[in-house]
Design a protein around this ligand. Structure first.
Ligand SMILES: NC(=O)c1ccc[n+]([C@@H]2O[C@H](COP(=O)([O-])OP(=O)(O)OC[C@H]3O[C@@H](n4cnc5c(N)ncnc54)[C@H](OP(=O)(O)O)[C@@H]3O)[C@@H](O)[C@H]2O)c1
Length: 296
C-alpha cells in the first residue's frame, strides 16, 4: 500500500492513476475528501488527514509500505502557513513513516532547493530533503522545475487560449524551465519500480528553456490568434511582495517567486536524469496542443 499525500494536487491527480495502473494499492490522504475528487477510483482508498495533525498521519500509516509526499503549502498563510505544513508537517510525516516501518519514502522537492536560496520555501525544501536522508528510510528525492500545468498554462496560456489579456511582470524575456507534471508522475512510478533499493536525488526539468513571452507565443500559435499582453514593471512586483508580506505570507512568497523567475537563470540540464532514466520529456507546444484539444 502506498500512502500519497497531495493526491488531489496538480501532480497527485496525474500520479495516482499511474500508480494504480502499475498495480499499486493507493491510500490518498487529504484534508477534504469530498473535494479531492478521488472517490470511486478503483484501487484508491481515501483517508482524511492533515500534515499539521501528527495523529492523523500515524493513523494513515496502517499497512503502508511506501509514502509519497507530493504536497506543499507555498501559498499558505496563518494557520496553514508554510512553516507549519512544509516544515513541521513534513517532519511529522517522516517520523510517522519511520515509526511505522515504511520501507520507501518519495519526497517531491523543488529544483534549486538550497540552504541559501533567497525564498524561504526553497530553503525549507532543502531542510526537509536533509530530514528524509537522516531518517534512514530508503528514499527518492525528486526536484522538478516549475510545472507547465500551472506556471505556463494557468498563469499565462489559459488566458491566451480564451482570448483574454495576459499580465506579465517585466519584459518576460528571461528563459526559465517548465516540466509537465505528467512527466514527473511517470518518473516517480519508474523510480519506485527501478530504484526502490537505492537512495536517489533526481532533478527533472522540461526539454527546453522558455521565457514567459515564449510561453505566450506558443499558446498564441496553438490558439491561432494574437495574444494581448500587459507588462507590469518588475519594481511593482517587488513592491507588492514587500507590501503583502505582513498581510499574507503566501501571496508575498508567490510574488517573490515570480520576480525570481524573471531575474535568475535556471538553465535546462536533464542529462543526469536521462542517463539514469531515459524518458521522453514533453515540450510545451505538444502539451499546449493536447490541452487546447480538451477545451475546444
Ligand atoms: N507546482 C509546481 O510548479 C511545482 C514545482 C516543483 C515542485 N513542486 C512540488 O510538487 C509537489 C506537488 O505540487 P502541486 O503543484 O501538485 O501541488 P498543488 O496542486 O498546489 O496541491 C497541493 C497539495 O498539497 C496538499 N496539502 C496542502 N496542505 C496540506 C496539509 N496541511 N495536509 C495535507 N495535505 C496538504 C493538498 O491536499 P488537500 O487539499 O487534498 O488536503 C494538495 O493535494 C509539491 O511537493 C510541490 O512543492 C511543485
Amino acid at each position: 500500500m502506498i500512502l500519497v499525500v497531495g493526491a488531489s494536487g496538480t501532480l497527485g491527480r496525474q500520479l495516482v492513476p499511474l500508480l494504480t495502473e502499475a498495480g499499486h494499492r493507493v491510500r490518498a490522504l487529504t484534508r477534504k475528501p469530498s473535494r479531492a475528487g478521488l472517490h470511486d477510483t478503483p484501487g484508491v482508498e481515501v483517508v482524511t488527514g492533515d500534515l499539521r495533525d501528527p495523529e492523523s498521519l500515524r493513523a494513515a500509516m496502517r499497512g503502508v509500505t511506501s509514502v509519497i509526499s507530493a504536497s506543499h503549502a507555498i501559498t499558505g498563510s496563518g494557520g496553514g502557513a508554510s512553516a507549519r505544513v512544509d516544515d513541521a508537517g513534513q517532519r511529522a510525516l517522516i517520523a510517522a513513516a519511520r515509526d511505522a516501518g515504511v520501507t520507501h519514502f518519495t519526497f517531491i522537492s523543488v529544483l534549486g532547493a538550497s540552504a541559501t536560496h533567497p525564498i524561504d520555501f526553497w530553503r525549507t525544501k532543502w531542510a526537509i530533503e536533509g530530514a528524509v536522508r537522516a531518517s534512514g528510510i530508503p528514499h527518492a528525492i525528486i526536484r522538478p522545475s516549475a510545472f507547465m500545468d500551472f506556471h505556463a498554462y494557468e498563469l499565462i496560456g489559459k488566458a491566451v487560449l480564451r482570448g483574454k489579456r495576459v499580465v506579465l511582470f517585466g519584459a518576460g524575456d528571461r528563459p526559465r524551465n517548465f516540466v509537465a507534471a505528467a512527466d514527473v508522475a511517470r518518473l516517480v512510478v519508474r523510480v519506485l519500480a527501478e530504484a526502490r533499493d537505492e537512495n536517489v536525488t533526481l532533478e527533472i526539468d522540461g526539454p527546453e528553456d522558455l521565457s514567459s513571452m515564449d510561453v505566450v507565443r506558443t499558446f498564441a500559435r496553438v490558439a491561432g490568434r494574437e495574444a494581448k499582453v500587459t507588462h507590469l514593471p518588475m519594481g511593482m512586483a517587488r513592491a507588492l511582495a514587500r507590501l503583502a508580506r505582513p498581510l499574507h505570507e503566501g501571496v508575498a512568497r508567490v510574488l517573490q517567486a515570480a520576480v525570481h523567475g524573471e531575474t535568475v537563470e535556471e538553465p535546462y540540464a536533464p542529462d543526469a536524469l536521462l542517463a539514469r532514466f531515459p524518458m521522453p520529456l514533453t515540450r510545451l507546444e505538444e502539451w499546449a496542443r493536447a490541452r487546447a484539444a480538451t477545451i475546444r
